[in-house]
Design a protein around this ligand. Structure first.
Ligand code: NAD
Length: 259
């Protein structure tokens, strides 16, 4: 084992020890945890088909007002991509961890529904869900089966005729109040916080780890890269979530079964 590998293993064992002895754990996830399921982060999406568009144009109320058909088509493309995606071993490891510790909440910025598909039960979706729809003017929820089937893009709200949009939080919009309050309460009460696959640049989600740290939580980051949050957190486990999370949860399981 090289010095770097020994250091990484020490950090993983330390993280496992904290998790195995914690009563309350909170996990904050971002786009990185779904990357190994084939769902691109916004940065990856900048390299493909949609590279010439600015995410701010595709994921903001202003962008939707300017070109609703373009935004709708972008979300159709993302929905199709997510529809084909399966949870990966990173999502699965969090489901296993939920069964190993007395209390665990997953707070996600992702809109892909993959934590739910994997089986996470205690889940807070901060930024909504791609598979839900609402009306742009009044926020009426529109079940997918009621979306108008004519050729209009975007479709119209069956209640008021306004344009329909995905029920996700766009740049410049407020987060759902209940979800944000619940997330703040969960991180403030957590003894250990895991931060997985987020750049820590999108507020207010990015401030949640700091709430946990200020309240005295141990904090662990899993990300192949250092992020804006790294200097504030206790441990950085470097690597993809699909590899590091299962190894971490194996180490937690080895400790909890010994107890
Ligand atoms: P981000 O794109 O800003 O950052 C992604 C982070 O994941 C980076 O720090 C990157 O280093 C890390 N990463 C890449 N591959 C990884 C892997 N295999 N394992 C672990 N980490 C990995 O994402 P963000 O911080 O979530 O913020 C972007 C916003 O975009 C959020 O609001 C989110 O709702 C939205 N978004 C969601 C999805 C999704 O639902 N899957 C996809 C793209 C963007």
């Amino acid at each position: 084992m090289t010095g770097d590998q020994a250091h990484a293993n020490d950090a993983l064992q330390q993280a496992a020890e904290w998790l195995a002895t914690a009563e309350r754990v909170a996990v904050l996830t971002g786009a990185g945890i779904s990357r190994e399921s084939g769902v691109p982060t916004f940065r990856d999406a900048q390299e493909g088909l949609w590279a010439r568009y600015d995410p701010m144009e595709l994921a903001s109320p202003e962008g939707f007002r300017r070109d609703p058909a373009l935004v709708w088509r972008w979300y159709e493309w993302r929905r199709a991509l997510v529809g084909r995606a399966q949870p990966n071993p990173g999502h699965g490891a969090l489901v296993r961890l939920e069964a190993l510790v007395p209390y665990l909440t997953v707070i996600t910025q992702n809109v892909d529904g993959l934590h739910h598909a994997a089986g996470s039960r205690n889940l807070v979706e901060l930024h909504g869900n791609l598979q839900r729809f609402k009306c742009f003017e009044r926020g009426h929820l529109v079940p997918a089966e009621l979306l108008s089937t004519d050729e209009r893009v975007p479709p119209c709200c069956p209640q008021c005729g306004a344009l329909v949009r995905p029920d996700v939080v766009w740049f410049g919009e407020m987060l759902p109040e209940v979800a944000l309050r619940q997330a703040r309460d969960e991180v403030a009460a957590a003894e250990v916080l895991l931060v997985v696959g987020t750049s820590g640049l999108v507020q207010p989600a990015a401030s949640l780890p700091l709430v946990a740290v200020e309240a005295g939580a141990r904090s662990i980051e899993i990300n192949p890269d250092r992020t804006a949050l790294t200097p504030h957190l206790d441990l950085h486990l470097s690597g993809p979530a699909g590899r590091i999370l299962p190894a971490l949860v194996d180490a937690v399981a080895a400790r909890t079964t010994r107890k």
